[in-house]
Design a protein around this ligand. Sequence first.
Ligand code: FAD
Length: 328
Amino acid sequence: MSQTRHIKVLIIGSGPAGYTAGVYAARAMLNPVLVQGIEPGGQLTTTTEVENWPGDTEVQGPDLMVRMEAHAKAMGCEIVGDIITSLDLSKRPFVAKGDSGNTYITEAVILATGARAKWLGLPSEEKFKGFGVSACATCDGFFYRGQEIVVIGGGNTAVEEALFLTNFASKVTLVHRRDELRAEKILIDRLMKNPKIEPLWDHELVEVTGTDTPLGVEGIKVKHVKTGAITEIPAKGVFVAIGHAPANELVKDVLELHNGGYVTVKPGTSETSVPGVFAAGDLTDHKYRQAVTSAGMGCMAALDAERFLAEHPATVEAEAEASAPAAE
Ligand SMILES: Cc1cc2nc3c(=O)[nH]c(=O)nc-3n(C[C@H](O)[C@H](O)[C@H](O)COP(=O)(O)OP(=O)(O)OC[C@H]3O[C@@H](n4cnc5c(N)ncnc54)[C@H](O)[C@@H]3O)c2cc1C
């Protein structure tokens, strides 16, 4: 039976941004409801070791997210297994509809739907993801100290990742399918001057090669886009750096966006272009894209929502307890 909920704060997304917003909003007595979406726990559930979450020298990504969920729940945030399929932000209260058939009528919304790295879609890329294939140099570069690695791509992301990876790798080969880069000139200059980076023009990745036991990358096969000639390059790590896509489907026609689809927030806040709607995490961040920055923004969004609700009285009476839904 479908339900209509009347709540103060709806949090959409269950990554570090969403769960942190849940902790703060619950402790502010806002009885938040957090809708988890198709990937409970978010992107970190797709990785293994995380070594840059403060307080944990090493933690498995899925374990960290289970702990974050438990923390939010323990503080009083209601966690709902649903996917928001539409969001009407034209007036308060805002109306979100879930895939479950439930309707969430809410005074404030915290958007924490994250982003996705773009992948090439090769079976071998999929096979070695998390075992030598990565889309995040900041996250995984440290694992390749003194090793040869390759970066795939030719835009700003690829150039920045290649430059960053020279802090760890003995050699970085940048594989690009064109004969020139589409990055900022200053970045290209830095890349071309870096003795550890070797660009490989007019080539595309056709296969990641490696061992099965233990699962690990040993190299790549690339194809010359004009001649079709195949070359093998030894490498322990393959960084696919062809961009990210923010999960903005619910709001892309309503909210102000920047840098190809990231939700814009007023500097130093989580306020979007619609009052009462806040954004946090990778959805709004084209630059850092880290668990800890996402969590920080989740905190900001809950505090901003709390202040907003104090200054803008509720338009309809919210449920006394978020865990007591009204049946239709
Ligand atoms: C393989 C990998 C390894 C990484 N390693 C590290 C690392 O070591 N350290 C680090 O700091 N960062 C790492 N990152 C980056 C980090 O995971 C992200 O920066 C972080 O997860 C972003 O958090 P977020 O809360 O913004 O969103 P996400 O984690 O992307 O979560 C988004 C959430 O939104 C939900 N959602 C989306 N659409 C809807 C909808 N319509 N309705 C309801 N819910 C919805 C999803 O189900 C998901 O729960 C890694 C990323 C990847 C992919």
